[in-house]
Design a binder for this molecule. Structure first.
Ligand SMILES: [Zn+2]
Length: 348
């Protein structure tokens, strides 16, 4: 994995290069005249990529020499668990697979029946259930505002579901007594938004990002479910690959073989439809919606498709600053704060 720092001209050259060779852009940092991108480069194009950055004098460094080596070390950990004869106790500090996660969620519901309710909100293309965890200290049927949180819409971003499960465990409090955070509001959490893709990253392709739906007229599979909603569907937006187009004004294609393919139409994916139906059934109660992704230290709020601000951007900015301060107070590193369009697609 390389980290590149480029001026606008060099960025345009990179975009041209990426039209011929597939680059996997992982993260970008905001900047005015300069753009920094972390890019995963496949072994077979490493030499031509190095020649390219040298030829155009692009400032670069190697962030991770052998990415596959890191992936393999995760894999060993997973398979060691699977091969042990007795079922190990569920660990919040490991990357668990779908079945283990679902079993954990059922156990949480059984051990805290008054506090926790587990709901299936739909099924994936491969017929896995989509689970949502409700945590509420109110009496059943009370209609308090809730925080909606999801994770794992991008299959390979494993830290998201792991974080969502950790948040669930912390919200239970001691002896199912919950915490201050549930005093006035409820929590509705979808820890694994894209189980099909997630399982695929465990069994076949660690770098898979999309769902696993079958598409017409192509052998490529899956849709970026986070680009499958109907709001400004198909427009360039908060994807770093798309941002390169956006910055260079070439426009994004809707190529089903790309990792950020928006789908044949809005809500083509059952996961997106299930989420839409759930949200619309109780939209007025939603106080805050948070979607967990990786990587990059960003606290992003709308919009992604345009650099215009929402009418309530100040509220979200203030909230993000409070979250950032809380992170720093706990010894964490500061995050960048801003709209997705500002942070991911800095204009040059
Ligand atoms: Zn993501």
């Amino acid at each position: 994995m390389f980290s590149l720092t480029m001026n606008p001209n060099q960025l345009k050259l990179l975009w041209k290069f990426s039209e011929k060779k597939t680059l996997d852009i992982w993260s970008g940092a905001p900047g005015g005249e300069t753009t920094t991108l972390d890019i995963l480069v496949a072994p077979d194009i490493k030499t031509s990529f190095k020649d390219f950055v040298t030829q155009y004098n692009i400032s670069h460094s190697v962030v991770i020499e052998d990415y596959q080596f890191l992936l393999n070390s995760q894999k060993v950990k997973v398979s060691t668990r699977g091969s042990s004869p007795a079922r190990k106790e569920f660990s919040l500090y490991e990357y668990n697979q779908y079945d283990e996660i679902v079993q954990y969620l059922h156990e949480v519901e059984q051990s805290c029946p008054k506090l926790v309710k587990l709901l299936s909100i739909g099924k994936t293309s491969e017929k896995r259930r989509l689970w949502l965890v409700q945590i509420s200290t109110a009496r059943r049927g009370a209609r308090r505002p809730f925080v909606l949180l999801d994770a794992g819409s991008h299959a390979r971003e494993w830290i998201g579901p792991a974080t969502a499960l950790y948040i669930i465990s912390r919200l239970l409090g001691e002896d199912c007594g919950a915490t201050e955070l549930s005093k006035y509001l409820d929590w509705h959490i979808i820890p694994l938004f894209n189980p099909d893709g997630y399982e695929y990253t465990h069994t076949r392709d660690r770098m898979w990002r999309k769902t696993r739906s079958t598409l017409e007229n192509t052998s490529c599979k899956g849709v970026d479910v986070n680009r499958n909603f109907d709001f400004h569907w198909g427009q360039t937006g908060a994807s770093l690959n798309q941002c390169l187009c956006y910055l260079t004004e070439t426009g994004a294609s809707l190529n089903p073989c790309q990792s950020d393919y928006a789908g044949p139409k809005p809500f083509s994916e059952p996961e997106a439809r299930a989420f839409r139906n759930y949200v619309l059934s109780d939209a007025k109660r939603i106080l805050l919606y948070v979607s967990l992704h990786s990587y990059g230290k960003f606290l992003m709020y709308p919009w992604a498709y345009t650099k215009l601000r929402t009418s309530d951007w100040r509220v979200m900015k203030t909230l993000s600053e409070k979250a950032n301060k809380a992170l720093i107070d706990e010894g964490g590193e500061p995050y960048f704060i801003g709209t997705a369009a500002q942070l991911l697609c800095t204009s040059t």
